[in-house]
Ligand binder design. Structure first.
Ligand code: KIV
Length: 264
């Protein structure tokens, strides 16, 4: 298979093919996922929780992200690599330029930032300077203290309509992918229809263009609880390679997420 780029993913959206994505933080898992045919790997700042045992993602630093991005890069041949900009590493446009550069030089193909319209100037500047950006709306975990907990977002009509508008503004600013986390399935579908870039959902229903899971949840080895939107694919197969193959198959066929993984 040829190297996967953002153009590959855009074409998949246009052709109605599902995009499969998972997190990874080291070379060994990255290689396994790459060889299994996963389309994109995210080095998520979820590493603060699943690797470091923190309560949330706020303690993760740009040095942590660059270290794990370099490790994943060494395991990957074809898969697109998305790397998370951690908490307060893009609070100003200048900070974003400096820190996104570190992730791109560590091996990322695209950087991900959490937030809505306040980011549009920063996104425009990054794209103009050659750094592709993935947006992230809905439950953006770096804002857990503003939300008062890890809660589903976009349940009120006004909030949902505003999220659709913000998705369009991010697209206009230049994002090439959009992660939607923990929103009602109907909103995941509406945003996916409203933008022409691919959406990748996690707890956002089955109508997003692709799905992403934290690898520790997909393999049932998280040190915290199992989120409603996830599924333990290792339990169903008893083998890591088979578990990933099943995840890819279930997403591609539209069988995952099922009704029990969806927020209404
Ligand atoms: O940090 C992460 O793993 C993420 C996913 C949950 C999308 O942002």
């Amino acid at each position: 298979m040829a190297k996967i780029t953002t153009s590959t993913l855009l074409k998949m959206k246009q052709q109605g093919e599902k995009i499969t994505t998972i997190t990874a933080y080291d070379a060994s898992f990255a290689k396994l996922f790459d060889q299994a045919g996963i389309h994109a790997i995210l080095i998520g700042d979820s590493l603060g929780m699943v690797l470091q045992g923190q309560e949330d993602t706020l303690p993760v630093t740009i040095e942590d992200m660059a270290y794990h991005t370099k490790s994943v890069r060494r395991g990957v041949e074809k898969t697109l690599i998305i790397s998370d900009m951690p908490f307060m590493s893009y609070a100003t446009t200048e900070q974003a330029y400096e820190n996104a550069t570190k992730l791109m030089q560590a091996g990322a193909n695209i950087v991900k930032m959490e937030g809505g319209r306040w980011l549009t100037n920063t996104i425009k500047g990054l794209v103009e300077r050659g750094i592709p950006v993935c947006g992230h709306l809905g439950l953006t975990p770096q804002s857990v203290n503003v939300f008062g907990g890890f809660k589903v977002q976009g349940r009120q009509e006004q909030q949902a309509l505003d999220m659709i508008e913000q998705a369009k503004e991010l697209e206009q600013a230049g994002i090439q992918l959009l992660v939607l986390e923990c929103v009602p399935a109907i909103l995941g579908k509406a945003i996916t229809k409203a933008v022409s870039i691919p959406t990748i959902g996690i707890g956002a229903g089955k109508d997003t263009d692709g799905q992403i899971l934290v690898m520790h949840d997909a393999l049932g080895i998280s040190c915290s609880y199992m989120p409603k939107f996830s599924r333990n694919f290792l339990k169903d197969t008893g083998d890591i390679k088979k578990a990933i193959a099943l995840y890819i198959d279930e997403v591609s066929r539209g069988n995952f997420p099922a009704d029990e993984h969806i927020f209404k």
